[in-house]
Ligand binder design. Structure first.
Ligand SMILES: [Fe+2]
Ligand SMILES: [Fe+2]
Length: 253
């Protein structure tokens, strides 16, 4: 780290995250080098259609420049801001990976989609803490999708993309939890309970949207939509419990 970066209270946590994101670059290169990007997709048409539709949405959703989010974070410590900037860069790489997946399946990207426009507008209207909570919710419910892509995608390129993204997202969840934890600790118990209840409603909605939007792709990877829904909500439950200070690890089942 450079000595010009000042350390604010709690910034030691985020200094570790900056180190993590920096070290991640080598891991990314190693995983991507193992993917044979020139392999033919060779997928049944229904599988190709389902995955193309799904990848197009993720390619759009993960490609934001994070300008508004980073602007909202300006009052936070220097390391937190830097870690957040590095997280946004990883999300843009996920978008690029989905783009490569689309090329692999000989499909184009979308210029825009109504669901992405609504989600982007909603996020911009929120304060930093609420936006981070929404970010965490989206990542927690999408996590099982990436895992099933990694384990049971229909070919090696698809599985490679899933592996590469799932490994990042596991850490993204932990990073978002670190960012949200401090803010929640200062709330009274009744307010925390209200926040918890509202958050669950959002998570159920988000898991339902993913189930509907990406259900065919999940089925191609052998996961029935109902099974996904249950796993997604368990993933969210673990993330929410960790954010509210309960000793439940993200990777536990
Ligand atoms: Fe991502
Ligand atoms: Fe992420």
């Amino acid at each position: 780290m450079t000595s010009s970066v000042s350390i604010a209270i709690g910034d030691n946590v985020f200094e570790r995250w900056v180190d993590h994101f920096a070290a991640n670059r080598a891991r990314h290169s190693a995983i991507e080098a193992r993917i044979d990007w020139n392999a033919t997709a060779d997928l049944p048409e229904h599988a190709r259609e389902a995955l193309v539709r799904s990848f197009q949405r993720f390619e759009l959703g993960e490609g934001g420049d994070g300008v508004h989010l980073l602007r909202k974070a300006r009052g936070r410590g220097a390391f937190q801001q830097e870690a957040l900037r590095m997280l946004v860069a990883e999300e843009q790489q996920h978008s690029r990976l989905f783009r490569r997946g689309l090329q692999h399946m000989d499909a184009h990207t979308l210029v825009s989609h109504w669901s992405d426009r609504i989600f982007t507008r909603l996020r911009r209207s929120l304060g930093l803490r609420t936006e981070l909570a929404l970010f965490l919710t989206a990542e927690a419910v999408a996590m099982p999708y990436f895992v099933v892509l990694a384990r049971s995608g229909p070919n090696e390129v698809i599985r490679g993309i899933g592996t590469r993204i799932a490994l990042d997202e596991e850490h993204h969840l932990a990073f978002q939890i670190d960012q949200l934890k401090q803010g929640l600790a200062s709330l009274s118990i009744p307010v925390r309970s209200l926040v918890f209840a509202a958050w669950w409603c959002v998570a159920v909605g988000a898991a339902t949207v993913v189930a509907i939007d990406h259900g065919p792709a999940l089925r191609v990877c052998g996961m029935p939509v109902r099974a996904y829904w249950g796993v997604a909500l368990r993933s969210f439950r673990r993330a929410a419990a960790a954010t509210f200070g309960r000793e439940e690890r993200i990777g536990d089942n």
